[in-house]
Design a protein around this ligand. Structure first.
Ligand SMILES: [Zn+2]
Length: 158
């Protein structure tokens, strides 16, 4: 653990020090849509590197569990994480979601961006170098940050 990170993170739940960045998006595949996710570590410079990618199985929403059919539900080989490989597909930017989680216990950590419109680098709020008021919130946390008084002053956030 001697890499010179300019910031530190210590999970208040599990004591972990690493963060994982995930990107989840939906693509239209014929009449259906599929969700995919890719994830990897947040690095010292606040950039991240996606190392894995997999299809998100939607088994928790409207599908009621019907015991007998369980064995047909999954065919597995495709559902394991695989080494990340780049490939391009039509994606819908509106559906993109980003998450930052503790790499050890998976607790979601709020984060923001160094530039507007999810640009630049990722700054999780629990990192030691997070400076409220200088980071653009991930849109999901806008309300939460507004309550905390963390929004940039003089910005044009809606
Ligand atoms: Zn943790």
């Amino acid at each position: 653990m001697s890499d010179n990170k300019p910031w530190e993170f210590t999970c208040k739940t599990c004591g972990g020090h690493k963060l994982t960045v995930s990107h989840v998006w939906t693509i239209l595949a014929g009449p259906e849509s599929e969700s995919w996710q890719e994830w990897g570590p947040l690095e010292a410079n606040h950039f991240w590197r996606f190392e894995f990618k997999e299809k998100v199985e939607e088994d928790e929403d409207d599908e009621v569990e019907r015991g007998d059919f369980g064995e047909f539900a999954e065919d597995d080989s495709a559902s394991k994480p695989e080494e990340y490989e780049k490939f391009e597909q039509e994606s819908d930017p509106e559906s993109d979601e980003f998450y930052v989680n503790c790499a050890s216990c998976d607790r979601e950590i709020e984060f923001g961006w160094s530039e507007p419109n999810r640009g630049g680098r990722i700054f999780p709020v629990e990192c030691s170098d997070f400076i409220p008021g200088e980071i653009w919130p991930e849109p999901r946390y806008l309300n939460s940050w507004q309550h905390k008084g963390w929004l940039r002053s003089g910005g044009d956030q809606q």
